[in-house]
Design a protein around this ligand. Structure first.
Ligand SMILES: Cc1ncc(COP(=O)(O)O)c(C=O)c1O
Length: 421
């Protein structure tokens, strides 16, 4: 469910025609709907209300400051993976005491910064990381709140690049190791264990592996509480799949109902980290057709957006619905929608049934609010797109289009000063 609909023959974001936005800000352009974002959050809260969970929005899905501010104003916390993401959350008005810091490779300076600003919890993924956090916290005369990330060895049946809870993945600690660490952690005065964390992957379309992973971690948590009564939190991660294609993913309640049943009276505080589910359908990417080229085997629609703007199709063979913003007459036929980048892997959609199109036509690429702009790059020296927020009948730029000068900032044709090691 989203707010990108046809009104009077024109595809609109809420009440604003997408053509009007493209005319004002150019293309490629990411367009976000405030109402879609807020209604996803509202429905998510309702689905999990019985758990009264602490929602930690996964900033990696979309870290635009305006969207972070909307979520902060709505009272969510944040799941972050870098100093940069912490800084963005604070800049947007987020509460540092509602930040959980995840990731297998936290650097010392990031740990120092996180402690200085007073985040809630470090989700710890290895013994080495725990020792470093302990050391840094003692140096600062404090103690860090810790949750151990458990790898439950469950196959989430999603794309292998976004699977994170199998034993072969780099994430988390296996159950035995996590248990051992809990037993010895009390010897470290710079850390205070209060929770367990699990996250088995993203774009999950099967409910059962998720529930099984949480069941395993809940069992471990009960076991650990036997000798560590201060264990009070279970963070069940994110990963809820969305509809890139119709009916691709379960409805919100299909995930929520069994999780609520499992955790309702468990006696642990629940943290939950939705990313994609909140923002994916709250965003689209607008791109204009540059050329229509008839190849020997197929029609190519050459658009002005490319894999540097939206990497998911090239990286994961991900599907995004593509449609003309204005209705086009004529029979549909198969076409590849491609970008200007010098890679055959640069495509936005393959073998799509599309009507006759002409240079200048505006295309809307759907479900582009998550893992989209955040993965944009400057490959082929292409500036990253503008980002626009729509609210009812108003729209505004929330991040300016990058310029060629922005891209070259900090570069030098000669070293500023040669130094010998
Ligand atoms: C630890 C953690 N939590 C939450 C998420 C959010 O996942 P999603 O955007 O699929 O909900 C991720 C993303 O991979 C993650 O690594």
């Amino acid at each position: 469910m989203d707010d990108f609909n046809v009104v009077d023959g024109q595809l609109c974001a809420e009440q604003v025609p997408l053509e009007a936005i493209a005319a004002a800000v150019g293309t490629p352009a990411y367009v976000y709907s405030r109402n879609t974002l807020c209604s996803h959050l509202r429905r998510f809260r309702e689905a999990y209300a019985a758990l009264q969970p602490k929602i930690r929005y996964a900033v990696k899905a979309n870290s635009n400051l305006a969207l972070l501010k909307i979520l902060a104003d709505e009272g969510t916390g944040f799941d972050v993976v870098s100093r940069g993401e912490i800084t963005r959350v604070l800049q947007a008005g987020g509460d540092p005491a509602a930040i959980d810091f995840a990731g297998v490779g936290k650097r010392r300076d990031e740990i120092e910064y996180a402690l200085e600003v007073g985040i809630d919890t470090f989700n710890v993924e290895s013994e080495g990381e725990l020792e470093l956090i302990d050391r840094v916290a003692r140096e600062q005369g404090t103690a860090a709140r810790i949750a151990l990330r458990v790898n439950p060895d469950v196959d989430p049946e999603t794309h292998r690049y976004i699977t994170t809870g199998k034993s072969e993945n780099k994430f988390g600690l296996d159950v035995q190791r996590a248990r051992r660490m809990c037993q010895t952690m009390s010897e470290l005065s710079g850390v205070r264990l209060h929770g367990l964390h699990v996250h088995i992957g993203s774009q999950l379309t099967q409910v059962e592996p998720y529930v099984e992973a949480v069941r395993r971690v809940l069992g471990l948590a009960r076991d650990i509480r036997g000798f560590h009564p201060a264990l009070e939190t279970i963070n069940i991660g994110g990963g809820f799949g969305v509809h890139y294609r119709p009916n691709e993913a379960p409805e919100m309640h299909e995930f929520a109902d069994p999780l609520v049943a499992l955790l309702k009276d468990c006696g642990f505080e629940v943290h939950i980290e939705p990313g994609r589910l909140l923002v994916a359908n709250a965003g689209v990417l607008l791109t204009r057709v540059l050329y229509v080229k008839q190849g020997c085997e197929r029609r190519f629609i050459v658009a002005d957006a490319a894999m540097n703007d939206l990497l998911r199709p090239s990286l994961y063979s991900a599907f995004h619905r593509i449609e003309p913003v204005a209705p086009r007459d004529g029979d549909t036929s198969l076409a590849d929608v491609v970008g200007p980048i010098c890679e055959s892997g640069d495509f936005l959609g393959k073998e799509r049934e599309l009507p006759p199109l002409e240079p200048g036509d505006l295309l809307c690429i759907r479900t582009a609010g998550a893992y989209a702009f955040v993965m944009a790059s400057n490959y082929n020296a292409r500036p990253r797109p503008v980002e626009v927020l729509v609210d009812g009948d108003r729209f505004g730029v929330v991040r300016e289009r990058e310029t060629v000068e922005d891209m070259m900032r900090g570069e030098k044709t000669e070293p500023a000063a040669w130094e010998r090691p």
